[in-house]
Write a protein that binds this ligand. Structure first.
Ligand code: MG
Length: 347
């Protein structure tokens, strides 16, 4: 089949957390083909990414053939190199992620196979979920494998100790407890926290420093052991993760498949990770875009993140047909492509 058109849309979100996200949250990318198959992808970069997709990438892609995973990868390389003067990382790569995912979805639909099967087949039928947010009681009811608490440094460790203590008590001894600190700690704080939280068997500290601090992260890693250092949601492409690997910055890599360059970049990052013996736990990996990679890749741990927040939190349901949590786990559906439909009421 051949690509007829490419279109990016910024949905009407009502429930986006304030920060850069209010302006630059996720885009929908639609790719139409001459066979009538339409693929959908989910990228980043918000309104700023629309001219990249609707202008430059559209101009490059119309008429291109799309018949195999190799075609998707060839297109990815073309878009990467053509956008390189203004791209490589950040918004252009977030836009490219959405295009890449739409191409994989279209290919899966054309072949009537889930994307995971295009990636070599489903190796994990039932994937453990961990929930991000404060609602331990709800997560325990769902039976998920872990809870990730968010923490921002405010000059004290006792608030983190209190949160870990409560989570451990409600979630039980066998679950994973993690902390995502969104670049608000420094290395000394991380060491203090590792000491003060030692009795709670914390699985990882995430996003401790910025992605510009790869060498410092590499030095910090042994100092907080056995707690793992996790990160990578702000890193892009296999080129970015080569830097991460060379600095030994993280025990666990967390590329965001809707930002880092899509499934194509995800495959390459997973290959690199396996060379270094690093497990990959994609950021927001419980959403279908990461879930298909987790299901198919031996480099990915059996662990998928869902940002659930509180049970009563209002959400924007942009995609319909997401797999439901059963017994704390997720499975990909056998529907073609990523197996979700766009909620057009949000466009
Ligand atoms: Mg995070």
């Amino acid at each position: 089949m051949r690509i007829e058109s490419l279109k990016a849309i910024y949905p009407n979100y009502r429930n986006v957390a304030s920060s850069w996200r209010t302006h630059l949250w996720q885009i929908v990318v639609e790719v139409r083909t001459d066979t009538g198959v339409t693929g959908y992808g989910y990228g980043g970069g918000g309104l700023a990414s629309l001219p990249i997709v609707n202008g430059h990438f559209n101009e490059l892609l119309v008429g291109e053939s799309l018949n195999s995973p190799e075609d998707v990868m060839r297109i990815w390389d073309c878009l990467y190199y053509e956008s390189l003067p203004y791209g490589r990382k950040g918004i252009a790569m977030m836009a490219l992620s959405g295009v890449d995912l739409a191409l994989w979805d279209a290919l899966g639909k054309a072949e009537r196979r889930p994307v995971a099967e295009l990636l070599g087949g489903v190796r994990k039928d039932r994937i453990d979920v961990y929930a991000t947010g404060p609602d331990s009681e709800w997560y325990a009811e769902l039976g998920v494998a872990g809870q990730k608490l968010t923490h921002r440094w405010a000059g004290r460790t006792d608030d983190a100790v209190e949160a870990a203590s409560k989570a451990r008590q409600v979630m039980g001894a066998d679950t994973k407890i993690m902390f995502d600190v969104y670049m608000s700690w420094d290395a000394d704080v991380a060491v203090r926290m590792a000491n003060d939280l030692s009795e709670f068997n914390v699985y990882w500290f995430e996003d401790v420093l910025t992605p510009d601090d790869l060498a410092t992260l590499g030095n910090l890693r042994p100092k907080i052991s056995p707690i793992n250092l996790a990160g990578g949601e702000h890193e892009f492409g296999v080129v970015g993760f080569k830097d991460v690997a060379e600095h030994g910055s993280y025990d666990i890599w967390q590329p965001d498949i809707t930002w880092c360059g899509g499934i194509t970049a995800g495959i390459r990052i997973c290959e690199l990770a396996s060379q270094y013996g690093i497990p990959v736990v994609p950021h927001r990996g419980g959403e279908v875009w990461g879930l298909h990679l987790i299901a198919a890749s031996n480099s990915c741990s059996n662990l998928a993140e869902l940002v659930l927040g509180r049970q009563d939190t209002a959400t924007d349901d942009l995609w319909v047909g997401n797999p439901a949590i059963t017994d704390g786990k997720l499975s990909i559906s056998d529907h073609p492509g990523f197996g979700v439909q766009l909620n057009e009421a949000m466009l």
